[in-house]
Design a protein around this ligand. Structure first.
Ligand code: ADP
Length: 387
């Protein structure tokens, strides 16, 4: 019962109105009971005095007094008029007292409702003005308390988005600066005659501008994926076909780097529900990374198993591995284990972030395991089984 009252504003308001009415009625009854007899007695006492005065006049032989006092119907009229006057007096006093109590109780109640709403209004104005750390107190457990909690949640999300936006601008500026500085340096060197105008110098400039273009492409793709500005056309899909597409695309890289690509798919593996283009993109990214971070002679294994309602896919390599302290950040935007190592290959640190968004858009999870430096890495992700 108390729980229902505590958690519902409607019940609270209903009970409050009832309380105001009851308090008013109680005060009215008490005041009437207290003041009516006194007023009535006072009026009767006044009447008695008039009666006595009239009697004495009669006894003194002035003779006309009785008609004034009223006998029979006249006396009843007087009695009634006195009663009415005393009743109106008592009722007026009681009504004023009840009104005062009702006004006081209503004021307290409306303040308890208006105060949190007003606090939220002020907080939203401050947030709109850029103070994202603003929060309100969620004191009660009713709808208003829950509204305050949702408000705080929304403010938290806004704050996070704002922090991400700031960090993204900083990160992008930082990422663009490196190739731009290199291009600028080479161009200046050529202009000043410090650098020879050889094919090598032009190649260097070309490589840096290619890196810049790739970074811009990656960023564009990231913003599209982050904003979910793309369509997922999920269909029942066999993983064997996906692996075939990827290995056809990357076959020559395996040969060039003297790496083995092994595929381990159970024959009875059910089909998954996924967008073919996006799934190829995820697998290409993971296999591409494995290629990049595995020295010659190594093996990259693509494997899938059925686990309950999901298919768990893994891409395992025998490469450089990932130290444990980097594992929690590996899917963060622009994160690289070894910045110099990745830059040499032109990695932007965005590929895994895109892969994570895409896997999650399919309703799956992605994670990585590695025993440590030079002990290889295994990237896992899950996909729902096609119904
Ligand atoms: P990049 O384009 O730099 O490869 P990713 O987002 O794909 O960006 O990867 C982020 C970082 O994770 C890489 O810079 C690298 O340090 C690390 N990484 C990714 N895959 C592997 C792997 N198979 N083996 C070792 N390190 C890896």
């Amino acid at each position: 019962m108390f729980d229902v009252i505590r958690r519902h504003l409607g019940v609270k308001l209903f009970l409050s109105y009832l309380g105001v009415i009851l308090a008013g009625a109680l005060i009215l009854a008490l005041a009437t009971a207290f003041s009516l007899p006194r007023a009535y007695n006072r009026h009767l006492a006044g009447m008695e005095q008039v009666m006595q005065n009239g009697g004495m006049e009669g006894m003194q032989g002035l003779g006309q007094g009785r008609g004034q006092l009223g006998q029979g119907p006249g006396m009843m009229r007087n009695l009634y008029a006195n009663f009415r006057a005393s009743f109106v007096e008592a009722l007026s006093l009681a009504a004023i007292a009840a009104l005062l109590v009702a006004v006081a109780v209503s004021l307290i109640l409306s303040r308890s409702v208006v105060a949190p709403v007003r606090a939220m209004q002020l907080a939203s104005q401050r947030i709109a003005a850029g103070h994202y750390a603003e929060r309100v107190q969620a004191g009660t457990e009713d709808e208003l308390g829950r509204l305050a909690q949702s408000f705080n949640h929304m403010a938290g999300e806004l704050e996070q988005v704002e922090t991400m936006r700031r960090r993204l601008i900083g990160d992008v500026a930082h990422e663009l600066r490196t190739p731009l500085t290199a291009i600028q340096g080479s161009a200046e060197g050529l202009m000043d005659g410090v650098l020879p105008a050889t094919t090598e110098t032009y190649q260097q400039i070309y490589q840096e501008s290619t890196r810049l273009a790739r970074l811009v492409d990656d960023l564009q793709e990231l913003s599209r994926v982050e904003a979910r500005a793309y369509e997922l056309d999920c269909q029942p899909l066999g993983l064997a076909a996906v692996v075939k597409t990827v290995s056809k695309r990357m076959g020559s890289s395996f040969a060039d780097r003297q790496l083995t690509f092994a595929v381990d798919l159970p024959v009875d593996l059910p089909r998954v529900r996924a967008d073919e283009g996006r799934l190829v993109q995820i697998v290409t990214n993971l296999v591409g990374n494995a290629l990049q971070y595995t020295p010659a002679g190594g093996t990259i294994t693509f494997k899938a198993v059925l686990l309950g309602e999901e298919v768990q896919v893994s891409v395992q390599d025998t490469g450089v591995g990932i130290p444990p302290e980097h594992l929690p950040h590996i899917f963060d935007r622009f994160y690289r284990v070894d910045k110099s190592r990745s830059r040499a290959h032109g990695g932007s640190g965005i590929g895994l972030t895109i892969a994570r968004y895409l896997v999650e858009a399919h309703g799956g999870r992605i994670w990585v395991e590695s025993a440590g430096q030079n002990l290889g890495s295994t990237f896992f992700f899950t996909l729902p089984v096609a119904a």
